[in-house]
Design a protein around this ligand. Structure first.
Ligand code: CP
Ligand code: NVA
Length: 296
């Protein structure tokens, strides 16, 4: 039997469907949690690791590309959030503007997770700091350099998360790229934050040398200027020698080989980038469990 037209259904069939709908209430009768992944921007790692993470909790995920949803035709974020809340248990969203994820969370009745905005990438920072802790056995007392676009979403989240856990932060980038005051202030409340335009000075004594793309999603129109602005701040073998012996190179990925990092470093012994990517899954699984169960 098909359902193609309202003309095809008898009164009896309509009544039967209503009875069945009643029998399957309440709506949240699934065994595991259902996660909505609402994405306005591209993703490989965050999307798949969240899908894998929720499967690990016995649940499942539904991916909504905002570009093919009614959001692209003007349905408000608030209305979208209210509707999604009646279908799913938790939402992970990747939004262009940070203020939009705040609006989404305000209107949603279920927990909302930031899967990246223009200002922050908090889940990335949690899995990166987890990766650093796994490698060094501690965070406290380490010195972590973020190099290049020190105003990037990843820089903001990493400096605050790592500083809260006791690491010193060294931001290394051109004078024309000012780090965000709110995040520098937040990190400075917990630990030392230093800013330098010199690779040699900024990397001295660092255990971790972290970088990200010069051109984040949404900045494509400014790509040529940004590539020139950050060109001196590439993580290469020489830059790694400025850091302390045993220092590691980190990158949230995707990498632009030959721009912000060389293949020699990214694929070399000091690279933690692949562990970072792998660790997104268990840490996101922990985030989902924590938010769904409000667990200590
Ligand atoms: N690191 C990260 O967030 O990667 P994706 O953009 O592929 O999700
Ligand atoms: N700063 C990058 C991070 C990608 C994971 C961006 O926003 O595009």
């Amino acid at each position: 039997m098909d359902l193609l037209s309202s003309l095809d259904l008898s009164k009896k069939e309509i009544g039967r469907i209503f009875e069945l709908a009643d029998r399957h209430m309440p709506a949240h009768s699934r065994s595991g949690p259902l996660l909505a992944l609402l994405f306005e921007k591209s993703s490989t790692r965050t999307r798949v690791s969240f899908e894998s993470a929720v499967h690990g909790l016995g649940g499942s995920a539904v991916y909504i590309d905002s570009r093919t949803s009614q959001m692209s035709r003007g349905e408000s974020i608030g209305d979208t959030a209210r509707v999604l809340s009646s279908y799913v248990d938790i939402i992970s969203a990747r939004m262009n503007r940070h203020q939009d994820i705040v609006a989404l969370a305000d209107a949603a009745d279920v927990p909302v997770i930031n899967a990246l905005t223009d200002l922050e990438h908090p889940c990335q920072a949690l899995s990166d700091v987890y990766t650093i802790k796994k490698h060094f056995g501690r965070i406290s007392g380490l010195r972590i350099a973020f190099v290049g676009d020190i105003a990037a979403n990843t820089a903001n989240s990493l400096m605050v998360t790592a500083a809260k856990m006791g690491a010193e932060i060294s931001l290394v980038g051109p004078d024309a790229c000012e780090p965000s005051k709110a995040y520098v202030d937040g990190a400075s409340e917990c630990s030392l934050v230093e800013i330098s335009n010199s690779m040699q000075d900024g990397l001295e004594g660092c255990h971790v040398v972290y970088t990200d793309t010069y051109v984040s999603m949404g900045q494509e129109a400014d790509a040529a200027r940004r590539r020139k602005l950050f060109a001196k701040y590439q993580i290469n073998a020489k830059a790694m020698r400025y850091a302390r012996d045993g220092a590691v190179a980190m990158h949230c990925l995707p990498a632009h080989r030959g721009e912000e990092i060389t293949s020699e470093v990214l694929d070399g012994k000091a690279s933690l980038a692949w562990k970072q990517a792998a660790n997104k899954m268990p840490v996101e699984r922990a985030i989902l469990f924590y938010l769904l169960n409000n667990a200590d």
